[in-house]
Design a protein around this ligand. Structure first.
Ligand code: HEM
Length: 467
């Protein structure tokens, strides 16, 4: 009796609960379907401990750094998973995803460097800081290096630049306002020790390159701080203090931050530009037609100008030389890949990338992709004269051409670097002739270089116009 009374009542009360239960089940089921269809990028097995490190190293040390990436792309597609530097990594040879990564710095991804590197380049430096501090320092660097400012910053800038053409000397001269030969020479020597350490095994014991670099860093920092003091005491006319003067007077940054800022600019701007100059000469040596066209263009400028010092207008009148520089950056761009870490769980198209994974946009895989650049492995500067490639060539916006990175960390020195390389080529091709005396090849490990040091025999150009 009790049962027959309770039963209809229970059924009525249970009905809404049953609906809720079914709705929750359905929702969970749909979520599960969604979650399983969003999956980790595909990837192959790797060796314990070393992961894919050996194959990665062999490719990067060769003259075709995307080799490992290309092999994986053939198997798994342009976005794949592997094991690098002791961690799970997602590597991309996909132009759109690369752009997505560099455009979402700070929100989804974050650049990351080992502690040993951060200690060396400076924990306050723009390269390693994040968030508000990075934005502020990056803004200052961008502002300083803007093309129109390069002319205004220092009325002697372009002339100085051509007198102290060795990249590091130029950087020391411009950044610190140091001009005597002995001061520049000493800073250049210290800096060379410092840079070697950035690319070495981080053992901080006497006799090791890293330790020598840390010592060099201390001396450089002491010198910069002394210069800051002197700069504060002196009031020179605008522009005469170099970048250091502007940082101290206009930006009002603490001394430690100014010092790391300068060291970062020296580090980021020196090797990159000097190596690109070297690669440009190497490519031109192996492409006589391009060399002849650069020589004609530059001799024309020299004849018109009638002097050794170039101006901004001359820079704008060398379209073919700029194609040579852009083609050099495409094939021999110093930054072949960038390193990021996923800050949060990320979903991109039907893929998920868990928080903490390394994410590696492999720039040179795109630069050497046959489906994007026909005859991709040939040095062919004329491709950039093609109007169809105008958008592709715009390194500020193009997903296909990113030698200077992009987004919040795009290279602030890009214009300065192109200007320096163009002027370097002008002086070299108008004044000298050379013959390569030893076979050579590019390698990108531990940093971009020509393995035999590009040995050439140099003679004076017999056609040089005497001023
Ligand atoms: C051919 C020469 C150069 C190349 C190929 C180059 C390339 C790059 C690339 C790819 C990045 C982005 C790194 C990343 O996203 O993790 C970068 C950043 C940077 N570059 Fe350059 N660079 C060159 C010259 C210069 C010069 C001349 C300067 C300064 C005078 C400079 C200063 C910097 C700085 C400070 C950063 C860090 C920006 C930040 O993290 O906010 N670079 N460069």
């Amino acid at each position: 009796m009790e049962e027959s009374w309770a039963s209809p009542l229970t059924s009525v009360a249970a009905l809404p609960l049953l609906f809720i239960f079914m709705w929750i089940c359905k929702r969970n089921h749909q979520r599960k379907i969604r979650e399983t269809s969003k999956k980790l990028p595909p990837g192959g097995r790797s060796w314990p401990l070393i992961g894919h490190g050996l194959k990665w190293y062999m490719a990067v040390a060769s003259s075709h750094p995307p080799k490992f990436v290309e092999d994986q792309v053939r198997r798994y597609g342009r976005i794949f998973r592997c094991n690098l530097f002791g961690k799970q990594a997602v590597v991309s040879a996909d132009p759109s995803f690369n752009r997505f990564i560099i455009q979402h710095e700070e929100k989804l991804f974050q650049s990351c460097y080992p502690k040993s590197f951060r200690d060396l380049v400076g924990r306050n430096g723009v390269i390693v800081v994040h968030g508000e501090q990075q934005r502020k320092l990056h803004g200052i660097a961008m502002d300083m290096m803007r093309a129109e400012k390069l002319n205004l910053m220092n009325s002697h800038f372009l002339a100085d630049m051509q007198m102290v053409m060795v990249a590091i000397n130029l950087m020391v001269n411009q950044l610190l306002g140091v001009s005597t030969e002995s001061e520049i020479g000493e800073m250049a020597r210290l800096f060379s020790d410092f840079v070697d350490g950035c690319l070495s095994v981080p053992i901080n014991l006497p006799g090791f390159t890293y330790c020598t670099a840390m010592r060099a860093r201390k001396t450089i920092t002491r010198k910069i701080k002394k210069m800051i003091e002197i700069t504060r005491e002196q009031t020179r006319s605008a522009g005469e203090n170099g970048v250091l003067g502007r940082l101290v007077e206009e930006e009002n940054l603490p001394d430690d931050v100014v010092s790391d800022f300068i060291i970062n600019l020296l580090f980021a701007g020196n090797e990159t530009t000097a190596k690109t100059m070297l690669f440009a000469l190497y490519f031109l040596t192996h492409c006589p037609d391009a060399l002849e066209q650069v020589q004609d263009e530059q001799m024309g400028i020299k004849r018109r100008r009638g002097s050794d010092v170039l101006s901004r207008e001359d820079y704008e009148a060398m379209p073919f030389t700029l194609c040579v520089i852009d083609e050099t950056l495409r094939l021999g761009g110093i930054a072949i890949w960038l390193l990021r870490e996923a800050k949060v769980d990320i979903e991109y198209q039907d893929l998920s990338i868990p928080k903490g994974f390394f994410v590696v946009p492999f720039l040179s895989a795109v630069h050497r992709d046959e489906s994007i650049y026909p005859e991709a492995l040939s040095f062919y500067p004329w491709r950039w004269m093609d109007q169809e490639n105008k958008d592709k060539r715009n390194w500020r916006t193009s997903p296909f051409y990113t030698p200077f990175g992009g987004g919040a960390r795009c290279c602030p020195g890009a214009e300065l670097a192109r200007l320096q390389i163009a002027f370097f080529l002008h002086h070299i091709v108008t004044k000298l002739r050379w013959v390569q005396v030893k076979e050579d090849r590019m390698s990108f490990f531990p940093s971009a270089r020509l393995v035999n040091g590009f040995q050439i025999r140099i003679t004076k150009n017999p056609d040089e116009v005497v001023d």
